[in-house]
Design a protein around this ligand. Structure first.
Ligand code: CP
Ligand code: NVA
Length: 307
């Protein structure tokens, strides 16, 4: 494992190892065990979009591992004024031990990784959100005690979060059903590849426009904002299109009686889900947010230390 650019780059073994290491680091963290596995290492964090969870969990995670992190807003560094990714990657490779980047184009993250000499972690692009999916699958494992055979229903926009979830479910043997409105489907190539991989790992990817069908008998119901960063101008139109995809009591009642609710956050109550869903006892969104910290620490240890 050289980088974390998208979930589908991981092998099944790498994925399983990341889950185990996440568990170990979380348990140690709760017991107050010091694990300074990245003593003296520095992570640069480039942000071209806003963030609460990603920024704070990477920064705190690096601190807990004994390293240092550097917040680099793309509005402040020369990249935002037209310096090339090639030059940025080569310069930063001389100072840092790894780069986390949140930006628009997946191809920019891939270029940063191929031009530099240090590991690159994708902290969200328009297409993928791999760190989120690792934390999500770990949360499902905690809640359900296993991953194989679990059914995860994703309802809403076929966006970055949905793509990374599809890829992670395919690796983990989780059945993934996704309901999106027409015109807002997941990328067909990502879904095709995930389907093939899921089949090898004994699970299924199911695509529909019917939220009831997707949620039927699900163990986990997941949604995300209808308006991702960069789509603010489309808000009015999107809210109209997505309203039938709102996760509310009626839709949630189609899932298994012990189903849990997940959301990557930030959430917009009254839009993609009602307040009585996100604030219900079966909502584990804050465990899920916490798990970003533990999962990303596992990623950093794998990429930045000899272990
Ligand atoms: N879920 C997530 O990535 O949150 P932030 O945008 O706050 O980082
Ligand atoms: N799909 C959302 C996820 C935010 C964490 C976005 O891209 O804005």
């Amino acid at each position: 494992m050289k980088h974390l650019l998208k979930i589908s780059d991981l092998t099944e073994t790498e994925f399983t190892n990341l889950m185990s290491l996440t568990q170990k680091l979380k348990t140690e963290n709760k017991k107050g065990v010091d694990h300074k596995l990245l003593n003296g290492k520095t992570l640069g964090m480039i942000f071209a979009k806003s963030s609460t969870r990603t920024r704070v969990s990477f920064e705190v995670g690096m601190h807990q591992l004994g390293g240092y992190s550097l917040f680099l807003s793309s509005a402040d560094i020369q990249l935002g004024r037209g310096e090339t990714i090639y030059d940025t990657a080569n310069v930063l490779s001389r100072y840092l031990d790894a780069i986390m980047i949140r930006t628009f184009k997946q191809s920019d993250v891939e270029e940063l990784a191929s031009c530099g000499t240090i590991p690159v972690i994708n902290g969200l692009t328009d297409e993928h959100h791999p760190c989120q999916a690792l934390a999500d699958l770990f949360t499902i494992y905690e809640q359900k005690g296993c991953l194989t055979g679990v059914k995860l229903a994703y309802v809403g926009d076929g966006n970055n979060v949905a793509h990374s979830l599809a890829e992670a479910c395919a690796i983990a043997g989780v059945n993934f059903s996704v309901a999106t409105p027409k015109g807002y489907e997941c990328d067909a190539e990502i879904i095709d590849r995930a389907e093939q991989r899921a089949r090898k790992n004994g699970s299924r990817i199911m695509v529909t426009t019917d939220p009831q069908e997707a949620v039927a008998n699900a163990d986990v119901v997941y949604t995300d904002t209808w308006v991702s960063m960069g789509q603010e101008d489309e808000k009015k139109e999107r809210v109209g299109v997505f309203m039938p995809y709102q996760v509310n009591k009626k839709l949630f009642s189609q899932a298994k009686p012990d189903a849990v609710f997940l959301h990557c956050l930030p959430a917009y109550r009254g839009l993609e889900m009602t307040e009585d869903i996100i604030d219900a006892p079966f909502s584990v969104v804050f465990d899920q947010a916490e798990n970003r910290l533990h999962a990303q620490k596992a990623v950093m240890v794998r990429l930045m230390s000899a272990q």
